[in-house]
Write a protein that binds this ligand. Structure first.
Ligand SMILES: O=C1O[C@H](COP(=O)(O)O)[C@@H](O)[C@H](O)[C@H]1O
Length: 228
C-alpha cells in the first residue's frame, strides 16, 4: 500500500492541491458510476476546502455526502462535524437533501452507529474519503489504544464511548469501511500535527496508518505540519 506524501509550498498551494484531488476524484466517479460518493472529514482543517468548493461549479445533483465521524452532541451545536460542513459547504450548494447522510449522533453513539451502518448498506466503495489527522495521530474518531475496526467482520460504523478528545461519545466509520474507497486524501495542516506526521512517517502504527486501501493514500501537508 502506497502512502503518497505531498508537501504544499504555502497555504494557497495546499488549498489548490486539495481541490485538484477532489475534482479529479469527482470526474472519475461521474465518468464511471455516474454519481460521486464523498466522505467528509470533520474538525477545523477542511473548512477552507469546503468553503472554496462551495464557490465552484460542480455537478452537485450527483453528489452523495457521507461523514467519516461525528461527535455525539445536539445537531445544532457548533462542535458537530456536520454543522461545520453545512456552514461551509452543504447549505450553499444544491445537493439534494436526501443525498446528504448525516450521522444521527444525537441518538447516542450506539444507536447512531447502528443506524449509519444500515444507511451504508449497498453503497459499495466510496469515490473519495477525506480525512484529518489529530495531534495524537487519530483520524475520523479512531483514537490510539482503541479498537479501530480493522477486522474483516468489523461493522461499518463504530460507537466510541471514551474518546480522549471531547466529546467522549462519538461515532466513527471503521477502518475497514474507510478502506473501501477509490481515493483517500488526508488533509493535514498546522504545526500541532508535526509529531503525528513524524510518527507516521517513522512507521509508528498510529490510527491514520490503519487506513490502507488498495489504492493507497494521499497525504497533503502544509509547510507547518512537516517535521523539522
Ligand atoms: O475530532 C476530530 O479531529 C480530527 C482532526 O481535526 P482538526 O480540527 O485537527 O482538523 C478530525 O479529522 C475529526 O473528523 C474530528 O472529529
Amino acid at each position: 500500500m502506497d502512502t503518497r506524501w505531498h508537501v504544499a509550498k504555502d497555504d494557497a498551494d495546499w488549498l489548490r492541491q486539495a481541490l485538484d484531488h477532489i475534482r479529479a476524484a469527482e470526474a472519475r466517479a461521474l465518468a464511471g458510476r455516474g454519481a460521486f460518493h464523498i466522505v467528509l472529514a470533520g474538525g477545523g482543517t477542511p473548512r477552507k476546502v469546503y468553503e472554496q468548493l462551495a464557490r465552484e461549479p460542480h455537478d452537485w445533483a450527483r453528489w452523495h455526502v457521507w461523514f467519516g465521524d461525528e461527535r455525539c452532541l445536539p445537531a445544532s451545536v457548533p462542535e458537530r462535524n456536520s454543522r461545520m460542513a453545512f456552514e461551509a459547504l452543504l447549505s450553499r450548494v444544491p445537493i439534494p437533501a436526501e443525498q446528504i447522510h448525516v450521522i444521527p449522533a444525537e441518538l447516542g453513539a450506539r444507536a447512531a452507529a447502528e443506524r449509519y451502518g444500515q444507511a451504508l448498506a449497498g453503497i459499495g466503495a466510496f469515490d473519495l474519503v477525506l480525512l484529518g489527522l489529530g495531534e495524537d495521530g487519530h483520524t475520523a474518531s479512531l483514537f490510539p489504544g482503541h479498537d479501530w475496526g480493522e477486522a474483516l467482520d468489523a461493522p461499518p460504523a463504530l460507537a466510541v464511548l471514551d474518546a480522549p478528545k471531547p466529546p467522549p461519545e462519538r461515532v466513527s466509520l471503521s477502518a475497514r469501511r474507510l478502506n473501501c474507497a477509490c481515493v483517500v486524501l488526508f488533509l493535514v495542516a498546522g504545526a500541532g500535527k508535526r509529531e503525528a506526521v513524524a510518527a507516521w512517517q517513522g512507521g509508528v502504527f498510529i490510527p491514520a496508518a490503519a487506513i490502507r486501501p488498495a489504492c493507497g493514500v494521499d497525504v497533503l501537508l502544509d509547510p507547518a505540519s512537516v517535521p523539522v
